[in-house]
Design a protein around this ligand. Structure first.
Ligand SMILES: Nc1nc2c(c(=O)[nH]1)N[C@H]1C(S)=C(S)[C@@H](COP(=O)(O)O)O[C@H]1N2
Ligand SMILES: [Mo]
Length: 323
């Protein structure tokens, strides 16, 4: 356990609509705890009328709900402006936090919900830390989901077994793995992962806000950066995502005009939206950029920002490239 555990494993992109579990990135700032399911419990405590303590059987007995959602890491908290484009699209099974809040009954003074994982360790020189995140009570009641399955299989140890939160449309940092404690409180917790890291100052603002809603983003999946393409036709494929629907995805070659790609509309679930475009490219090296725009008018910015346009380089001409 330690700082080297920040990136437990990187990811491999595939063009599948659902990302296979083995291809999903893993982030564990304090290392991966292997919990004993028989002794694992989840508590709901703090400012509630009826504190709860649930075992796994209690959790699995709740009415289940399923949905598909993209899952995006904000990036390395030490380098918040560097794009990592670590993103997946997953089918989750579990239940809404509201089911537990309805039973526990928050007191009128409760304003925030804290979520704590079982992992403990050292981060940025501080020992004995746990992984803790928080959300305003009303946001948590509306958006937080508690998942025990990913793509129809029990969560793997790395992804939070036996139970984690999933907060669709928010950066992955908010989705607490190895969940053991939910605390209703009057205040936000002052903690490494709530007020020190994972905060940012938005353009035009002066105070840092917690990293929550995702930025508009896109990623070209095929071809991949550096690929050689034999013929003059390139079938571009990728995906785009944002807090709401992405309404256009444009592609530019070698700083040329933006060409609209064919983009799948957003369905009922907060999943990512695939896009495709057939490009005819002359022999040689080309820079291809993808840029998403969402329904609120957010547009991916030029390079230099964490969610900048995604650029890849492709060489057309196969073995004869550059001839
Ligand atoms: N308990 C715990 N939960 C955590 C983390 C962690 O280190 N510990 N990392 C967070 C971050 S930064 C991300 S991006 C997601 C990654 O989820 P995954 O590893 O299942 O892809 O988990 C979040 N939840
Ligand atoms: Mo992350």
């Amino acid at each position: 356990m330690g700082e080297q555990a920040l990136d437990v494993r990187d990811f491999a992109d595939v063009t599948d609509f659902l990302t296979p579990v083995d291809n999903v990135f893993v982030r564990a700032h304090l290392g991966v705890p292997d919990l004993d399911v028989d002794s694992w419990t989840l508590s709901v405590e703090g400012l509630v009328e009826r504190p709860l303590r649930l075992r796994l059987d209690d959790v699995l007995a709740l009415p289940a709900r399923r949905f598909t959602a993209f899952h995006e890491c904000f990036g390395n908290p030490f380098e918040p402006d560097v794009p990592t484009r670590a993103v997946a699209n997953l089918r989750w099974t579990g239940f809404d936090l509201s089911a537990l809040l309805d039973r526990a009954v928050p007191l009128p003074s409760a304003r925030h919900v804290w979520f704590e994982g079982a992992d403990t360790g050292t981060f940025d020189g501080e020992d004995g830390l746990s992984y803790l995140k928080d959300l305003p009570l009303e946001t948590a009641r509306r958006d937080v989901f508690l998942a025990y399955e990913m793509n129809g299989e029990p969560l793997t140890v790395r992804h939070g077994h036996p139970l984690r939160t999933v907060v669709p449309r928010m950066f992955g940092t908010n989705s607490v793995k190895w969940l053991t404690r939910i605390v209703l409180a009057e205040e936000r917790p002052d903690h490494m992962f709530t007020t020190r890291f994972y905060t940012r100052v938005h353009p035009g603002e002066h105070t840092a806000r917690p990293v929550r809603a995702v930025d508009v983003g896109s990623k070209i999946l095929s071809p991949q950066d550096g690929d050689q393409v034999a013929g003059g036709y390139v079938e571009l494929a990728g995906r785009a995502w944002s807090v709401g629907e992405v309404v256009s995805l444009d592609v530019s070659v070698d700083d040329g005009p933006w060409l609209p790609a064919s983009l799948e509309p957003l369905g009922a679930d907060p999943a990512w939206q695939p896009f495709t475009l057939s490009l005819r490219l002359p022999p040689g090296r080309h820079r291809v950029r993808a840029r998403a725009t969402d329904r609120d008018g957010r547009v991916q910015p030029p390079p230099g920002v964490r969610n900048s346009v995604h650029e890849i380089t492709v060489t057309v001409g196969g073995a004869a490239a550059g001839a």
